[in-house]
Design a protein. Sequence first.
Length: 465
Amino acid sequence: MWVRAYISAVAGLLGGAILGMGCSGASADTLEWAIVQAYQNNPSLNSQRAALRVVDENVPQALSGYRPKLSLTGNGGYNYTNATQLFPTAGQVHFGETFYSRTFGATASQTLFNGFQNANKTRQAESQVDAARETLRVTEQQVLLDAATAYMDLLRDGATLDLQRSNVEVLTEQLKQTRDRFNVGEVTRTDVAQAESRLAAGRSQLLAAQSQYVTSQAQYRRIIGVDPGHLAPGTPVDRLSPPTLPGAITQGEAQNPAVLAAMYGVDIAELQVKVNEGNLYPNLGVQASVQKAWDPLSTTNKQTTASVIGTLTVPLYQGGAEYSVIRQSKETLGTQRLTLDVNRDQARETVVQSWGQLDAAKAQIEATTAQVNAAEIALNGVREEARVGQRTTLDVLNAQQELVNARVALVQAQHDRVVASYTLLAAVGALSMQRLGLDITIYDPQIHYQQIRDAWVGVRTPDGR
């Protein structure tokens, strides 16, 4: 009877623990909800968005080279003149005079040609914006992947904690029953020691599971930005990834944001070469000025001057530094091209690795499911054999531990299945709120860019600061 009661307790407690991973109440947090919270609250993502807005300002700074430069000047002050003049009839005459001069003027200058530097700097700034947007996508994908991983880690560790807690409860009951049987002489002191040892090991595993669960809670709070509630089961998203490995590799090499950012980095480096080469071209500009002066000299009451002057500067030799800068920028361009090759290789590796992990996780679910079913059958068989005296207490304990281990392995496999699907989606550059189809306002970097691109004046940012 004790064996039958013990096995019933095992089946009920462990079965309830593993099913607890799949139950979801009306107020349960979902994986999609957690991803939305991370998208809105994660400070790393918000910081990268701010960094992109900083880069946006490079474009109006480059466009300023096309625009005129205007300035006003004014001065005034006390003047004293003491002079000696020689007259043929009167001889030397000394005189002194005090007067107050005032001068106001305006100057406008416009660059007409500077070796295409304005055009190349503008194109370079636009490429910098594109590269920063891809860098934002890298951060966004990483945050969304971290959010999915943190959610599934906490879900896994919660289920594992429930399994270990139930295991301790069953082992505690087993030890009690074994001691009762020892008191009536049905088992030996060895059976009691075996039950005590297994209970101590179970408690150790429970403490480890509790520590891991607390760690996962803290990680969940850091990444997602809110405290976890009751978690609903997570679902994989590999349906959103390419159906074949060659297609996934092609998409990863072409659309991975790290690859695209490196491509824009090559464009930036090429344009920097052209900007530096522009220093060898002639420069043509025009300057217009007007000036109004009162009492500029002791003998002048008023004076108005105006001028329009064109200036052509042809650089011949400035010590050779400009040539070194050009050579240096060409080496930088070569480095950026190699960086692009490295990023493509890394993207390919990540896709292949993620694809293999996803396939392995699917197979592990099938294998561990079969393992759980077999362990349940084995436990029932050991129970029946122990009932007729063909199995010992240790055999029953071992069968129960195998079932616990199988259920923990199944929880891990289910966790890996979901995380691997998100990892693959990120590897091909498709892990985004738009692709996931979540109901949330998407951050659009184009809005800020258009707000400041053609701004001629103003120190306030679009958000009012």
